[in-house]
Design a protein around this ligand. Structure first.
Ligand SMILES: O[C@H]1[C@H](O)[C@@H](O)[C@H](O)[C@@H](O)[C@H]1O
Length: 566
């Protein structure tokens, strides 16, 4: 196979990639590359692999407008812990029971779990932008309902609606960004949505802390979420649909116009912009033709129209997702990564770190847990900087061992920390203002160990799973991403429900040791089956999975690209 990545790069005013292109984006002469599975690339298809510089203004605006949903995701999931401790007797004129608290908390992740596969289907039928707008409407309704409700059931309903919004937004935003981004910047641009999520969690902690000092301040905490959602709704109205979705639905000219804006500014005085636009159009069209071949070979009746045709298509997408080898492998990897992101236990810190820190003796647990959210945000910035250079696979293989070290240290520190008798397990977990007699050495070790763990998480597992859409071909991209997102929310619910009982019955040491074991298993599985997709065009990543896991091939190509960049 011709390893084009090793070809010399001619930066300006001439052929790139070692190829010469004509104005249609076709490779002149007899020089064509190959996909990683050995299949030949079509003419003019291999281009944005060598795009230089930074993404243009248009891409940044699209990414930030879509990323606002991440802010809402982070804010709404982060604000609930301060809300719960400030409600007092404001709902149903009585203090919240443990059951009330569990229902209010878990309704969000449960409805996120239900909403993601459903909106996965909607995103195929009505588009990615449509789902973002639906999520915004749900965010606004859910926030207002929570802010004005006077009863516990009203609060649960509000949290459920917000959950449906979070579930939809969490899968569609990375999908939207992934489908508008040029290959070399895609990793970084998708991490922007993680930056919004983790930033939203920091804001939630600060807002929670500020409003907890005011009477009925919790109503502001939950109601404020409506503002960014309304803003995004207005902004997104003006934003385009993704070029990939437009091509899929037969609107090629519209797609061409948007792609031209995406690649604007890359023109080097030659014809690069045009070449890149044509490259994407050709790759996507080729993918669609391949899909039609599969459909023709199958049982779908292509003469059906309207609702019946849509139902057939949904059924068809499901069967393609699980029956076609490459798609099935993509689904396994995406679900593995999303499951690992949650089962490694990170959100137990997000939801309960204030409780843990008060248990081990910190006087201001709320501020200490802010350090967790801040670490998460700051190290997501590190990921933003390095993800396209280091690569998704490598960044995970480097960062998960750091998480394991943090968790192991935490587990060990809890052995040495003699908790006060009243703090025995769950009693202590729920208790407040507990101080530890032995001094602050081990509590500080626990705090540092958690910071190390969170830093490792934020650099890798916290954001790489959201790159999921690049694993799937267009025909099953939305459905595959949605099912992987459902795995995320399912695992999130499991961790939320099991953390406190595990701390009680399994001890804190056992709990953190178990999370370390989960990380070790995830590390092994990632090493074995997750290929490197950094730098590849969206249509190329899936080629790696067509006839196997593609790990060796992808690593070889990534190394070649790195060598070439110096
Ligand atoms: O990517 C995000 C991010 O890491 C958040 O901090 C976490 O709370 C979410 O569960 C996760 O999906």
């Amino acid at each position: 196979m011709a390893d084009t990545a090793a070809e010399p790069l001619i930066a300006h005013g001439g052929p790139r990639n070692g190829y010469a292109y004509n104005n249609d984006g076709e490779v002149e002469g007899d020089q064509r590359g190959e996909f990683s599975d050995g299949e030949e690339r079509g003419e003019g298809e291999e281009v944005d692999e060598r795009l230089l510089g930074t993404p243009g203004m248009f891409i940044w605006v699209l990414t930030c407008c879509a990323g606002l949903s991440g802010l809402l995701f982070g804010y709404d999931t982060g604000v609930i812990s301060s809300t719960l401790i400030s409600i007092n007797t404001d709902l149903s004129s009585r203090p919240l029971t443990t059951l009330d608290k569990s229902l209010i908390t878990s309704s969000t992740s449960f409805f996120a779990l239900l909403a993601s596969p459903l909106t996965g289907i909607l995103a195929d039928a009505w588009g990615r932008k449509f789902v973002i707008l639906v999520a915004d409407a749900l965010f606004v309704v859910g926030a207002l309902l929570q802010a004005f409700t006077t009863s516990v059931p009203g609060m649960i309903a509000g949290r459920s609606i917000v959950g449906a919004a979070v579930g939809s937004a969490s899968f569609v935003v990375p999908l939207y960004i992934g489908e508008v981004s040029p290959g070399p910047f895609r990793g970084r641009l998708v991490v922007v949505s993680s930056l919004f999520i983790t930033g939203g969690q920091v804001v939630a902690y600060i807002v929670g802390w500020l409003f907890s000092m005011q009477l009925h301040g919790w109503r502001w905490m939950v109601g404020l979420g409506a503002a960014p959602a309304a803003l995004q709704c207005i902004l997104m109205w003006w934003m385009p649909e993704t070029p990939r979705y437009l091509i899929k639905t037969g609107r090629k000219e519209q797609a061409r116009r948007i792609l031209s804006r995406v690649y604007q500014g890359t023109d080097d005085g030659g014809n690069l912009e045009q070449v890149l636009v044509n490259g994407v159009l050709r790759r996507v069209e080729r993918e669609i033709l391949e899909e039609e071949d599969v459909v023709r070979g199958g049982s779908r009746d292509l003469d059906k129209t309207g609702f019946a045709a849509k139902l057939d298509q949904i059924q068809d997408n499901f069967s393609q997702l699980v029956n076609v080898g490459g798609n099935r492998r993509a689904l396994i990897i995406a679900c593995l990564l999303q499951g690992a992101q949650q089962l490694c236990g990170f959100n137990s810190l997000m939801y309960f770190s204030a409780t843990i820190f008060s248990l081990v003796g910190f006087r201001s647990p709320a501020l200490t847990s802010l350090s967790i959210a801040l670490t998460n945000f700051l190290f997501t910035l590190v990921a933003f900087h390095y993800i396209d250079r280091i690569g998704r696979r490598r960044i995970l293989l480097l960062s998960i061992p750091i998480m394991i070290i943090g968790l192991a240290l935490c587990a060990v520190a809890f052995i040495f920390l003699r908790l006060p008798a009243s703090a025995g397990a769950a009693g202590g977990i729920g208790a407040k203002e507990i101080t530890v007699e032995e001094g602050m050495l081990w509590p500080v070790v626990i705090l540092l160990a958690m910071v190390v763990y969170v830093a490792g998480y934020a650099v890798g597992l916290g954001n790489v799973p959201w790159q999921q859409s690049e694993l799937f071909p267009l025909s099953v991209r939305s459905l595959g991403s949605a099912l992987a997102t459902a795995t995320n929310w399912g695992s999130n619910t499991v961790v939320g429900l099991t953390f406190l009982p595990m701390m009680e019955f399994f001890t804190p040491t056992g709990t953190f040791a178990l999370y370390a074991v989960v990380c070790a298993c995830a590390l092994g599985a990632i090493w074995r089956i997750y290929p490197e997709t950094a730098g590849l065009a969206l249509e190329e990543s899936q080629g790696l999975l067509k006839s196997g896991w593609g790990v060796d091939e992808s690593v070889r190509r990534a190394n070649a690209r790195r060598r070439e960049r110096g």
